[in-house]
Design a protein around this ligand. Sequence first.
Ligand code: GTP
Ligand code: MG
Length: 359
Amino acid sequence: MKVGIVGMPNAGKSSLFSALTGVAAEAANYPFTTIEPNVAIVPVRDERLDAVAATVKASRVVPDTIAFHDIAGLVAGAHRGEGLGNQFLANIRETDAIVHVVRVHADPNVVHPEGRVDPLADIDTIETELIYADLEQAERRLDRVSKTAKSGDRHAVAEAGWLRELIEALQAGRPARTVPPPADAADAVQLLAPLTTKPVLFVANVEEGSDEVSPAILEHAQSHGAEAVAVSARLEAELAELDPEDAAAMRADLGLTQSGLERVVRGAFSLLELIAFFTAGEDKPAQSWHLRRGLSVWHAAGLIHSDIQRGFVRAEVVGWQALVDAGGYAGARERGTLRIEGRDYLMADGDVITVRFTP
Ligand SMILES: Nc1nc2c(ncn2[C@@H]2O[C@H](COP(=O)(O)OP(=O)(O)OP(=O)(O)O)[C@@H](O)[C@H]2O)c(=O)[nH]1
Ligand SMILES: [Mg+2]
């Protein structure tokens, strides 16, 4: 899963990013990979996976990951080249979701590009720039597609029609998610990858020691089908440099219950309606995976390996808690909590699966 971080200059994007990177580097049992300097691979901690690993005596714990992409800040008029322009938005076209960092803290030592701290106005600026970036992209695509459409190609005609409708909506300030493509050009969205179809998680960058999202931001998020969490980005970046016990003690001092980064990671997952499932065996790695809610064990098998999906025969499925309670697979089989399921079985959050397949 890939997430792009957007926001105004000085909003706290890179601080959030370093906090995430710090956490990733600290997770000693995870092979930290820097793909590019501005991509942080963050393991998704899950206590259920730890319990499963201990129960089945797994060799090690391999958490699923999220890749966060940090990019330069956007200012009003970025699409006309203001600030650093908007071309680096191309780096996050391929992401699954967007984290929108909004400055809420009023630290006078941190310069605001507009000279005032106004979270809702900043959100509007960024949303407008994302819409302009999509508009540019859609117009360029329409140029190309309308040439093919002239020859009467049905798919191109349908796509061009959709693009015209999309362009009209974007020009009126409406995001691309409000204009779904017609059935005969259903792949057009994937081709264009508009930024304003992606789910958004607002991260309110709040004063240290605060962990509440203001009602105005929450309301904005909810009315746009988005979610919002509060984080103090600089504090989290500092905490990520401490060892875990010191960080926990400092958190307790500040009265913060949950790690702000955990809120970001969980927020990102709930945004995408992902459920977790696990694979584990004695002396084998215990691994967590994430799948969109409503998909089958056959889809889950495909995430693990395309060969396992291709040769799918059946799956042994047990809820993580039932597995832990039974003390392992043998116990779960005896109690009847471990079931044999076919390829259409719909995965539930927390399932532990073993897929039998013909190689
Ligand atoms: N007081 C306070 N300062 C913060 C907080 N988060 C970030 N800052 C400071 O704000 C400044 C900008 O933070 P960055 O994380 O670099 O912001 P950015 O969004 O990456 O900025 P650009 O890369 O310029 O777009 C830095 O001096 C940070 O230390 C915070 O929660 N509280
Ligand atoms: Mg930055």
